[in-house]
Design a protein around this ligand. Sequence first.
Ligand SMILES: Cc1cc2nc3c(=O)[nH]c(=O)nc-3n(C[C@H](O)[C@H](O)[C@H](O)COP(=O)(O)O)c2cc1C
Ligand code: SF4
Length: 411
Amino acid sequence: MSNNFDKAFSPATLGKMPLKNRILKAATYEGKTPDGVPGELLLNFHKEVVEGGTAMTTIGYCTTESDGRINDQMMWMHEGIRDRLVHMNSELKKAAPDVKISGQMTHCGNFSKNRKMQRLKRPLGPSRQFNMLGAPSGLPFAGAMTVADIDYMVQTYHDAALLMKETGFDAVEIHFSHGYGISQFISPKTNRRSDEYGGSLANRMRLPLRVLEAVRKAVGEDFPILGKMGLTDGIKDGLQIDEAIEVAAMLDAGGIDALICSGGTSSFNPMVYFRGETLDKGLIEVETNPIMKLGLKLIGPKMFRYYPYEELYFLEDAKRVRDRVNCQMIYIGGCTDVASIEKVMAEGFDFIQMGRPLIKDPAFVKHAMADRNYKNGCIHCNRCASLIEAPGGVYCPLNLEEQAPEARSSL
Ligand SMILES: Cc1cc2nc3c(=O)[nH]c(=O)nc-3n(C[C@H](O)[C@H](O)[C@H](O)COP(=O)(O)O)c2cc1C
Ligand code: SF4
């Protein structure tokens, strides 16, 4: 398997972009943009990642418009943060001159509890529905987008991509999954429209493909566009694997450079993409809204269904996508061991994205390159994910507990 070890840690190209190795940081919204501003907190988090040898980091949840945010602390791509983005990206390049930076382009659609809406009065998705997330914040209903709203959303992706390219991002990743805006259109569960944006898969893919086209128009042919898609929604009447493979084929034909296959939805069944310990206990602990806390206690066990962790939990389904498309493939989901990296390489995937392993140890790549017996130590407790809305945002509590008591008390 040593060829595969060497393959993982040697230079490669994503589209036309050279990368120093094949290990990439996955988008993990870190909750480090207070009041929507990307400042030192976010910069310092990603500085550790890029200094740790990862070829490309991904800034998670770069929302394309203010009203595309899940909460009012998320950043959105607009002129007001242009200088901050330039600063962040240039500082990251200073810290690791050969690193690349991607930004994950997102829009929450109707999955929002943002009370600071600017353009809209309530969140919008493909079809009207009860907004469980927004209910405790006074946003219990989500409306259906008109065609003009859809046109507007497509334009926000175009404009955001332009801004991201101009401010020093080297790639963008369009989020087609996890129950957010675009995936609400793809999923037959949440898209109940009867116009040209609903019904058949071709119709449900009309918005996603328009977004891809708009982003391509903004960034040009040579700029890498990655897509994170769902293999399944993990719910009855939602997107299932056979249809997901066709989604992949359509994105491939639409000119995507690389696909990342995930699954599940934040709205109905998030543990499909996390696996391991469920998030509800941790979320209840950090929740400050008493109604939300009660809601979590009541619906948590049903919503956060337990899926035991196993290494490479998306591998078999991702291989079916690999066999269907010509674009490059980026594996994601439970790749924590060096042996798993080798296996993914042996299966012909081009790159690997890691989320939790790089939260546990941002220097994963440096450590694994120096010692093939390296053990990462992430136990998939998912406590980091419960912290996305806690003050200061995401970190690995296990790291703190593993430190000597003297070091802990000095923090
Ligand atoms: C703290 C945290 C935040 C996350 N935020 C995002 C996000 O903003 N966008 C996204 O697509 N996935 C997000 N994810 C999911 C990861 O990108 C990834 O799909 C998942 O953690 C599985 O990969 P892993 O086993 O390497 O962690 C998040 C995961 C964690 C742990
Ligand atoms: S808190 Fe640490 S050990 Fe637990 S899942 Fe997150 S990174 Fe892994």
